[in-house]
Design a protein around this ligand. Structure first.
Ligand SMILES: Nc1ncnc2c1ncn2[C@@H]1O[C@H](COP(=O)(O)OP(=O)(O)OP(=O)(O)O)[C@@H](O)[C@H]1O
Length: 296
């Protein structure tokens, strides 16, 4: 089956059919949210301000979510907790149908097979060709040679790099290098793609192309969570926007802007923060004096 015809939204299955599906597929079918944070806090150093402070957030299968907020607001920490590069200090985290808060270390590689990651600085292997960089992601998960021979060209075609398979990273433009990184992130067909400032090193036109590619990947059913400072892109895309401020979720809008102009409504209940047009899926407490826009 072609890679991008696969579709990740499984049809509803009967109990009888479930017996013939792998436990992974059955588990995923039952879970609408692919990422769930329940009152999650992360303190890196004892006594330091929490990088995340009581964050509750659900991301549904197939969503495209922008994480925005000033530098140091906790965006990368959120992504690192999803990847289990860091562990929550308190609260619970579910990813791709599993609770990962207390997941044994030896199960983390299996979790990461459901996750693709893209970074601002591309992180390609400098001495490997485009093909080898993408193939490497399959080799480490034990994919057979014939699978790699078919999946890598198909993925390179999707990211529009056909014909550049033999180039080394330094022979590519920044945008092309990021396309290789994206190909590497998706070649194993993860259900979730995390992108931490993927356009941070790129010019506006190239950035727009990268985000269009992420949108295309999202349209095949892959959930995309992208941390960004790119105001133009967020305002153009009109996707869900979650804004962090000092480790708190202060805004969660279905078709949001980069900078929210709506006034903050602080309810009598200190556990609730709302803005006009907010999705209302979060109830992270923030102190009243912190109810300001970091990036306004
Ligand atoms: N490994 C670490 N050890 C100690 N403190 C850390 C560590 N990583 C992040 N922090 C702190 O946690 C807070 C949140 O950082 P984080 O990197 O998540 O923010 P961010 O929103 O991604 O910022 P940026 O937009 O600059 O990437 C900051 O105060 C930061 O200094």
């Amino acid at each position: 089956m072609p890679l991008w015809d696969l579709g990740r939204r499984l049809p509803m299955v009967t109990v009888d059919q479930q017996r013939f599906l792998s436990p992974t597929l059955v588990r995923d079918e039952r879970s609408a949210d692919v990422i769930r944070f329940d009152k999650v806090s992360k303190v890196y150093k004892r006594g330091a301000r929490p990088a995340l402070d009581g964050v509750s957030l659900d991301v549904a299968r197939g969503e495209f979510v922008f994480l925005v907020g000033a530098s140091g607001s906790g965006k990368s920490t959120f992504l690192r907790l999803v990847l289990r590069e860091e562990q929550a200090t308190s609260g619970r985290v579910w990813v791709a149908g599993r609770e990962i808060t207390s997941l044994s270390q030896w199960k983390v590689p299996r979790l990461r097979r459901d996750l693709g990651v893209v970074f601002q600085d591309f992180r390609l292997l400098p001495n490997k060709t485009v093909f080898q960089n993408v193939a490497f992601a399959q080799q480490v998960t034990g994919k057979r040679r014939h699978v790699i021979a078919s999946d890598v060209p198909e993925t390179l075609e999707l990211v529009k790099l056909t014909g550049k398979e033999k180039r080394l990273p330094h022979e590519l433009s920044g945008g092309e290098q990021q396309r290789v990184a994206i190909a590497r992130a998706i070649v194993n067909r993860p259900s979730i793609l995390l992108a931490d400032e993927p356009t941070g090193n790129l010019d506006p036109d190239t950035s727009a192309g990268i985000v269009q590619l992420l949108e295309r990947i999202n349209s095949t059913g892959t959930t995309v969570v992208m941390a960004t400072h790119d105001e133009v892109i967020v305002n153009q895309m009109r996707k869900r926007v979650v804004q962090l401020l000092d480790g708190h979720v202060v805004r969660d809008e279905a078709e949001g802007n980069y900078a929210d102009l709506a006034p903050v409504v602080i309810s009598e209940d200190p556990t609730k923060v709302a803005r006009s047009g907010a999705r209302g899926t979060t109830g992270s407490p923030i102190p009243g004096e912190q109810a300001r826009e970091a990036d306004a």
